[in-house]
Ligand binder design. Structure first.
Ligand code: SF4
Length: 321
């Protein structure tokens, strides 16, 4: 897994509001490699969805750079090349609001084919049938149904089929299971894993649910108040977490065996809530909640340092590497 498909360098997305500047994404850097799933995890307000929406082109970046296969992502969706629009797709959190309730599933899947063109040598109807089969919805049963007549999991399968319509190589999955019943979540996750293998897809998987990452992600990045605080291969992430915030998140996830309980960091008591992104504390933005805070932490924002190959952390505890 060495071909870098997406490169993000110091990405900034600020929103200018009456209350002040919301620093939703503040100098975020990472790479995503072909065929992998990078899990981007954080609490509500951490900026993870804004990162995905900026890469997809819903927002234009305020600063920094991002590239997909060496093509710049500095423009928003309307300014991007046709090829970029086909290659980079998104599945939103709530399939109920992302699918037009007045359109049949056939019409929903027709739209991207009309806009982007049906892949060469494939008749449009044949392609729609193929897309429904890919997401395991029998076409004869679902083609003429409407989103209002099917369940949440089925709607999300239609949304996944719509994302696949243009033969993309990269899909941002923005909390794709958080609006669904637990019984349906596993089905959607397994479907996404199967589709990834079959079509060599690359995923950016956004979630607030760390336990989902174990089976889904090759690497995990943690976001806190618009910045990435730790990135690690999934195994290292769960077995050797470094950042106090990561330890806090891991110590609170449920486990199913004593072995897993032994591996978990000891319970870290969180002090308070995540501050507003309009009013980010100086120094390390986690210092108001950090149980390991030192004098330097409220004054100087730490740099990202690499501790082991592929395992980086932004915390003064590791400043000397
Ligand atoms: Fe805690 Fe300081 Fe590390 Fe921030 S830099 S996470 S406050 S120890």
């Amino acid at each position: 897994m060495t071909e870098e498909i997406m490169r993000v360098e110091g990405l900034i997305k600020h929103f200018f509001t009456k209350q002040g500047t919301v620093r939703a994404v503040d100098k975020v850097s990472f790479s995503i490699f072909k065929g992998e799933t990078l899990g981007l995890v954080g609490e509500s307000g951490s900026g993870k969805t804004t990162v995905a929406h900026t890469l997809i082109g819903i927002y234009e970046p305020t600063g920094g750079k991002a590239y997909f296969k060496d093509q710049s992502l500095e423009k928003d969706y309307s300014g991007r090349s046709k090829n970029l629009k086909k290659e980079i797709r998104i599945v939103f959190q709530d399939p109920g609001s992302s699918l037009n309730p007045r359109w049949s599933i056939k019409q929903i899947l027709e739209l991207p084919l009309k806009v982007h063109g049906t892949p060469v040598n494939r008749d449009q109807m044949k392609r729609i049938t193929e897309l429904l089969n890919m997401v395991e919805l029998p076409p004869e049963e679902y083609l003429y149904k409407y989103p209002t007549t099917i369940g949440g999991g089925e709607k999300q399968m239609v949304a996944i089929a719509r994302a696949l319509a243009t033969d993309p190589s990269f899909i941002a999955l923005d909390e794709p299971t958080s609006a669904l019943d637990v019984s349906i979540q596993a089905k959607i996750i397994n479907l996404l894993i199967r589709l990834q293998k079959k079509f060599d897809l690359t995923y950016l998987f956004i979630t607030h649910d760390l336990s989902l990452m174990r089976n889904m992600a090759n690497r995990v990045a943690i976001m806190y108040l618009g910045k990435i605080s730790e990135v690690a291969p999934t195994v290292d992430f769960f077995q050797k977490p470094l950042h106090p915030y990561t330890k806090m998140l891991l110590s609170s996830i449920p486990v199913i065996s004593d072995d897993e309980e032994d591996l978990k960091p000891k319970k870290v008591i969180s002090r308070g809530e995540i501050p507003s992104p309009v009013n980010i504390p100086p120094g390390c933005s986690f210092h108001l909640r950090c149980p390991e805070k030192m004098a330097v932490c409220s004054k100087i924002d730490p740099e990202m340092v690499e501790i082991e190959e592929g395992h980086t952390v932004r915390c003064h505890l590791y400043a000397d590497g």
